[in-house]
Design a protein around this ligand. Structure first.
Ligand SMILES: [Zn+2]
Length: 408
């Protein structure tokens, strides 16, 4: 045999097992890819053919580890609420790749207070944290926590807060100092109305004990309406009629159904309800609406009510349960003294924030010379009023009944 040919033969025979190995490897790779793609499809809730266990499904988030049901999103929410952040301040998004992006609005003071706790909680969970603190062009501070537990558990926690500006200091819960320019405290009036009164005399007594000129809005059909009005007036609180008016969602709720005035009533029926309400609460100096998102946007109905108020020398306070309310403007046009609510102190899901709302109310009064807030007979509200109303002067404001703030 020719030596060259012999060599070639040897080479070919040596290549055969190599080809076999390569084929086997490729088959394995193809199989593995098929299985992996099937797994990915399963995780993305698409069609898959293999019986993957439910724990391998990402469900809400593809950030879950398949072995342990750890959710970065849940963990962050839990931590933030433990640090005292209200759920409203937290927003969450998922990026296209399924990474968690939690964004929180807070104050500089709170951020400094809980930053270390947050870092140590993350460390305990073995979450690697890269922290970057930057100031944006608008002067806002942004603290970005880049979080990573493993390749799948990743995300960002972003806390935004404004640096306290010297002139803005009263915006926080700090008492105002004498250096705040503008009006003197005695010229900056705050009126606080407690709505839905007339059922609980003990709550009324607590309000009386605050020894500040609050205004109480009494539901005429409440069980202790007359007693409440008499007790309140005797103790120097201003009384107003809390008039149940039709809301857009009245079919969903029976609240305030007694004595409710609706847009479909005849003018005579409306008048007779108003007459009856005033006879139940003769101490009333004015009237505000209970609910009424639909009624206060009805020109026709409000004309009847406003005319009644004018006749009886009562003022109108628009609770502003709807931005479409025409009532305040109409009252002024008809020469009925009127005012509108600026702040709700304890809107339903908001009760943990009564103090913030009260500070907002004080701020508005410092800025505009006066402001009106409405609260409800909730224990949370009472606690905050007890703490801050006797110290109103420290915040640069003075409490007054609504009648001192109405415009003519
Ligand atoms: Zn009400």
């Amino acid at each position: 045999m020719h030596p060259a040919r012999k060599a070639k033969t040897r080479e070919t025979s040596r290549q055969r097992p190599r080809l076999g190995l390569l084929a086997a490897a490729l088959t394995c790779l193809a199989l593995f890819s098929a299985v992996w793609l099937d797994h990915l499809n399963f995780r993305k809730q698409k069609v898959s053919y293999l019986p993957w266990p439910e724990t391998a499904r990402s469900g809400e988030t593809t950030l879950l580890q398949s072995q342990a049901p750890f959710s970065l999103s849940e963990f962050l929410h839990q931590q933030l609420s433990q640090l005292g952040l209200s759920p409203e301040a937290i927003t969450e998004e998922k990026t296209d790749e399924g990474l968690t992006y939690v964004s929180v609005r807070t104050t500089a003071r709170d951020y400094r207070r809980f930053k270390d706790d947050l870092l140590s909680a993350l460390k305990k969970k073995k979450i690697k944290t890269g922290l970057k603190e930057e100031k944006t062009a608008s002067g806002e501070m942004v603290a970005t926590f880049e979080l990573r537990q493993n390749s799948r558990t990743r995300g960002w926690l972003v806390l935004r807060y404004s640096l306290p500006v010297q002139a803005r200091k009263p915006a926080r819960a700090e008492p105002a100092t004498a250096t705040v320019p503008g009006l003197k405290p005695e010229d900056r009036l705050v009126a606080i109305v407690i709505d839905d009164m007339g059922e609980d005399l003990n709550f009324l007594r607590e309000l009386i004990n605050l020894k500040v000129p609050l205004t109480v809005a009494i539901l005429p059909d409440s069980g202790l309406a007359r007693e409440s009005a008499a007790l309140a007036e005797k103790n120097g609180l201003e009384v107003i009629i809390h008039l149940p008016l039709e809301a857009f969602n009245n079919h969903l709720t029976s609240a305030g159904a007694e004595g409710l005035i609706t847009t479909s009533m005849s003018p005579q029926d409306v008048r007779s309800i108003l007459e009856r309400d005033l006879s139940l609460l003769p101490q009333a100096r004015g009237l505000n609406n209970h609910m009424g998102s639909k009624a206060t946007s009805s020109q026709d109905l409000m004309e009847i009510i406003i005319s009644f108020l004018r006749e009886k020398n009562l003022y109108f306070l628009d609770s502003k349960t709807s931005p479409r309310s025409v009532a305040y403007e109409l009252a002024l046009k008809k020469k009925v003294p009127a005012a509108a609510r600026q702040v709700f102190l304890d809107a339903d899901e908001d009760r943990s924030r009564v103090k913030d709302r009260l500070m907002e109310l004080f701020n508005l009064a410092r800025k505009n010379g006066q402001a009106i807030g409405i609260g409800h007979p909730f224990p949370e509200t009472l606690e905050v009023l007890k703490t801050y109303l006797p110290r109103a002067a420290e915040f640069g404001v003075k409490l007054a009944p609504v009648s001192a703030l109405v415009k003519n």
